[in-house]
Design a binder for this molecule. Structure first.
Ligand code: UGA
Length: 439
């Protein structure tokens, strides 16, 4: 099939490459010319495992191309996926849908024949009908343009795998037996044939599935982090608690790792955008618990600062603090709402000299936080440090020899914000080891 993907960020670029891998002819469209140059050269403008291989493979044969032109995009195919960003509005809880509406307004007047528009971006419930209104107003093809909402559940760091092997496909349709349904079932043919469940819904339910999924995931993380707070006051160990809880199949271990909490471009803004939308709909009471989910998450960052202060003898001002990790989670260079950088920034404001190392996110972190110190080696970060903070759990940190690290610091004190360092090994090497939620 021929298809296009409009908006080529983390979601769109991965979707475009994955669709090419499924055998389709794909044109990716983005308004950022630098991004398009990079993608056409087979390189993602961000780090995502396996994505460059896929981009290089399919741009080399011409099966996958990228453009900045809406005219070319509209002419290329009659199946268009939309994957533009829907960030949080600055200073507000609600989503900024301007990129979505702008993309649809640009595309609509160029739709002169039957077409299917598939929305993939995360949106507040009730947005798809607004997309349909724009299409009805501006598309010459009128009601020959069908709309489907098909939320994406990929995680950064396993985006390619999640896109090619999703655990479910949700199709929100305007009615039964629409052209959109048969076209999209054909596009995802190989995935569906491999046994992936397809859930067909109305538009509103499909929009809500994504909001509800991220709200649940955020709640699960904040639940275990709330338990960490209780552990901290009662002398219990939240890691053992999580393990014991996780054996109950109804609770499960996955997505319930205690630590410094969630960040990134999705969970924090999605729970806020969901609350804002519920308020507009008059259902705000249903989601007030998400306010607490957000608050618990932010308190983990404060707790890390308090522990750091305690470990520094009550005074942060003037101390050398090493920070391992800048990305919001391992295996990405994404620093949006990164808990690690939030802590690093706060310690800097409190007067510490903060030196940060991250395997992939240094460039992004440097641009966003020029006031912090950066180094391109984990051992460089700890030179003469009064305290080491382990804030993003890249596997390489756990593999480092704590004795070699101890030889470089001023004082061997570490706080493990993600509990993936081995306390026995670090203590045996002379470290004072502390972790969130553990005695
Ligand atoms: C999240 C969802 O997991 C995806 O299903 C969804 O498609 C995506 O948002 C989106 O809306 O686009 P992502 O933000 O890539 O994906 O990352 P997660 O792996 O969910 O991690 C989010 C944050 O929670 C990270 O900061 C991570 O360190 C933290 N986390 C995750 C925990 O603190 N504990 C856990 O057990 C899991």
């Amino acid at each position: 099939m021929k298809l296009t993907v409009i908006g080529c960020g983390y979601l769109g670029a991965t979707h475009a490459a994955a669709m090419a891998e499924l055998g389709h002819q794909v044109l990716g469209m983005d308004i950022d010319p630098d991004k398009v140059v990079s993608l056409n050269a087979g390189r993602a403008p961000f780090f995502e495992r396996d994505l460059d291989d896929l981009l290089a493979k399919h741009t080399a044969t011409g099966q996958l191309r990228f453009t900045t032109s809406y005219a070319e995009t509209a002419a290329f195919a009659d199946l268009h996926f939309i994957g533009v960003g829907t960030p949080q509005k600055p200073g507000e809880m609600a989503y900024d849908l301007s990129h979505l509406f702008s993309a649809v307004r640009q595309l609509a007047p160029r739709l002169t024949g039957p077409a299917v528009i598939v929305g993939k971006c995360t949106i507040p419930v009730g947005t798809a009908p607004q997309v349909i209104d724009i299409l009805r107003e501006f598309a010459p093809a009128g009601d020959q343009v069908d709309v489907c909402w098909n939320p994406e559940f990929l995680r950064e760091s396993s985006a390619v795998e999640d896109t090619l092997h999703p655990d479910r496909i949700v199709l929100g349709l305007t009615g039964q037996g629409t052209r959109a349904e048969s076209v999209i079932r054909q596009a995802y043919g190989k995935i569906i044939e491999s046994g992936t469940p397809v859930i067909v819904t109305d538009l509103a339910t499909a929009e809500l599935v994504k909001s509800a999924a991220n709200a649940f995931l955020a709640t699960k993380i904040s639940f275990i982090n709330a338990m960490a707070e209780v552990c901290e006051t009662s002398g219990a160990d939240v890691q053992l608690l999580a393990e014991a809880l996780g054996h109950d199949a109804r609770i499960g271990r996955r997505g319930m790792r205690p630590g410094l909490g969630f960040g990134g471009g999705c969970l924090p803004k999605d729970i806020r955008g969901f609350m804002a939308r519920a308020g507009e709909l008059g259902a705000d009471q249903a989601l007030t618990f998400l306010r607490e989910v957000d608050a618990i998450n932010n308190r983990r960052r404060e707790r890390m600062i308090d522990l750091a202060r305690e470990q520094c003898g009550g005074v942060i001002n003037g101390k050398n603090i090493a920070v391992w990790g800048a990305a919001f989670k391992p295996d990405t260079d994404d620093i949006r709402d990164s808990p690690a950088l939030a802590v690093a920034q706060k310690l800097h404001q409190l007067g510490a000299t903060v030196t940060v190392f991250d395997p992939k996110a240094l460039d992004n972190a440097r641009k966003a936080h020029p006031q912090l110190e950066f180094t391109d080696h984990p051992l460089g970060a700890v030179r003469d440090a009064d305290l080491l903070l382990h804030l993003t759990e890249w596997p390489e940190f756990a593999r480092l020899d704590p004795e070699a690290v101890a030889a470089r610091v001023a004082v061997p004190r570490v706080i493990d914000g993600r509990s993936t360092l081995d306390p026995d090994r670090w203590r045996a090497a002379g470290w004072t080891y502390r972790a969130l939620g553990r005695p």
